[in-house]
Design a protein around this ligand. Sequence first.
Ligand code: SF4
Length: 286
Amino acid sequence: MIDIKLADEIYKLIYEASVALPDDVYDALAGMSAREDKPLARELYGCIFDNVKKAALLDRPICQDTGSLQFFLKAGSKCPLLGDAEDSIKHAVIAATRGIPLRPNAVDSFAERNTGNNVGEGAPFIEWEIIPGRDDLEVTVYMAGGGCSLVGRSKVLMPLEGYEGIVKFVFDAVVEWGVNACPPLIVGVGIGACAPTAAMLSKKAVLRPVGSKNANRRAREMEEHMKRGLNSVGIGPLGMSGKESVQCVNIEYAAHHPATLAVGVSVGCWATRRKTVVIKADGGRL
Ligand code: SF4
């Protein structure tokens, strides 16, 4: 069933995510722009910030590709909204597609027809995590653009390939396809036992704020090394060459099988749109 109060909050969340950059992304781009010394790259940062300003002024999404909508829910086991959440999200997505507006980006994979409202088989994507004892619902929306989704991939390596294999996999993906993803990029890396685990962890890594660090010292060092390495490649803003190309590299990991070492990569573009709200048990925003 649709909970109208919850659906309204989800609509607001989608709207807020689509028309403004998250603070961490804005600050990262501002820092990169200030450090840039190539004239064309500086010009492109100017275009990006002009675009952001105009979106705010005109009350419009910051990119024409408003992406495939993906929701990551952390729901308390005592949350009374559990049963209504999925229907309410779909209702909000249909309303937001019409109202904000969002570009209809859900194409039925066999009928090859655009559904016209961003809702279809498995769309929007919804991932659940149940938190014992809580009664609220934390909702994160991520708008996955086509260009940045092109970079995403995962692979199961032989454990012998080790850290070097992980780094090579990530660099090959970003160097080969990163220009399609409108850099400067947020690079999310997932490590685990199998391809879907690594892929999902890499997406969750993109959701982590720019500037946050992995709690594990080795993972943290790897984040830093990979960021430095990718920033020495020279891809630059929008792939037109420049001093820096990635805002950050975030790693999320799980234990791997002794015989497998899976790695996944997902990236967010300069227009990374993600936002989180906590909805109270009565359907209102915290
Ligand atoms: S990659 Fe990002 S900025 Fe580029 S077109 Fe897609 S959503 Fe827009």
